[in-house]
Design a protein around this ligand. Structure first.
Ligand code: GRG
Length: 303
């Protein structure tokens, strides 16, 4: 990262992340009480409160505060984004999708509760997300809330997550070009991170230019998030296997290291983090500190 960090000696990133995540966790916990039918609520709570990093909601709060908004106004939107992230993980893990047994070190939702319940838990979370943001957002102009809701909706439908997942499924077992891989990553992963930042900025009162500037930042860190995921896939499994090539390189799943080589994928990640930080140059350095450090965190994360 650039020497901008040296100008921010008082910013404690770890503490920042912990404080924000705690706030998010408290609201998420209260948003799904354990009521009848007990099983569906247990299943939702199992995945929603399973200890995710909360990167997306924190990005949402940070963007809101960067444009001068109050954190409280963006908490419902931040939680809605995390609800949608959680539902996408539950559905992604299903036997008809990735067919995964473990998520965050625990049995996946369908393994713990059965496939029918897992599908319904995802559906309920998707619905709750929009209800939550529409009913709990206060002190924000209604047009801004509607604009943010529209942004979130478009980020996850057939121009967003669903499109990415569809193309990913259709490309299974085929040779995937770098452009196709970028399409999948941008839609499956980046769109929701972008929506988190953009919705935070809209709710916080940012004007059009500022919102679009933060969108550019978010697009870079969104793609970065997935490129790092791909790199971790290789480096982690190489360590685990004690080999130079990991599980990812051995399998046929298309990833950046597989298509461009590990070195070039790392260079690409550096380039993306540089471009993201560049967009923050237009803001006051201390106000932009959280988003600045979040970019670094996404670049250097180990899980
Ligand atoms: C959203 C309507 C709708 C449908 C979902 C299943 C599906 C369509 C899309 C799949 C999207 C998906 C699972 C993308 C992968 C995103 C990703 C990199 C997840 C890991 O995120 P982290 O590391 O996870 O933030 P934690 O555990 O920290 O929350």
């Amino acid at each position: 990262l650039s020497p901008q960090t040296n100008r921010l000696p008082n910013f404690h990133f770890q503490e920042y992340m912990k404080t924000k995540a705690n706030k998010i966790n408290i609201v998420l916990d209260a948003s799904v009480p354990l009521q009848n039918p007990i099983k569906i609520h247990e299943s939702i709570r199992y995945s929603l409160l399973a200890g995710g990093k909360r990167v997306r909601p924190i990005l949402c709060l940070a963007a809101c505060e960067l444009v001068g908004g109050h954190e409280d106004t963006a908490i419902p939107m931040a939680c809605a984004v995390e609800m949608i992230h959680t539902m996408s993980l539950i559905h992604d893990d299903l036997p008809c999708m990735d067919d995964d047994d473990l998520r965050r070190g625990k049995p996946t939702n369908h393994k713990a509760f059965g496939e029918e319940t897992a599908i319904l838990a995802g559906d309920a979370l998707l619905s709750l997300a929009f209800e939550h943001v529409a009913t709990k957002t206060t002190n924000v102009a209604p047009q801004r809330v509607v604009q943010a809701i529209a942004e979130l909706g478009s980020a996850i439908g057939t121009e967003g997550l669903v499109a990415g997942q569809m193309v990913d499924i259709l490309s299974a077992g085929k040779e995937v070009s770098l452009d196709e891989l970028e399409y999948i990553h941008v839609h499956k992963t980046s769109k929701l991170l972008e929506a988190a930042v953009v919705c935070g900025a809209i709710i916080g009162g940012g004007d059009g230019i500022v919102v679009e500037r933060l969108r550019k930042y978010a697009r870079c860190i969104g793609l970065l998030f997935q490129v790092v995921d791909d790199i971790l896939d290789v480096t982690k499994s190489s360590k685990e296997l004690g080999k130079t090539a990991g599980k990812d390189l051995a399998s046929h799943k298309a990833t950046y290291p597989r298509l461009m080589g590990l070195g070039k994928a790392k260079e690409f990640a550096q380039q993306l983090v540089g471009n993201a930080v560049e967009e923050l140059r237009h803001f006051d350095a201390s106000r932009a500190a959280p988003l600045y450090h979040l970019a670094g965190y996404i670049a250097s994360r180990q899980n």
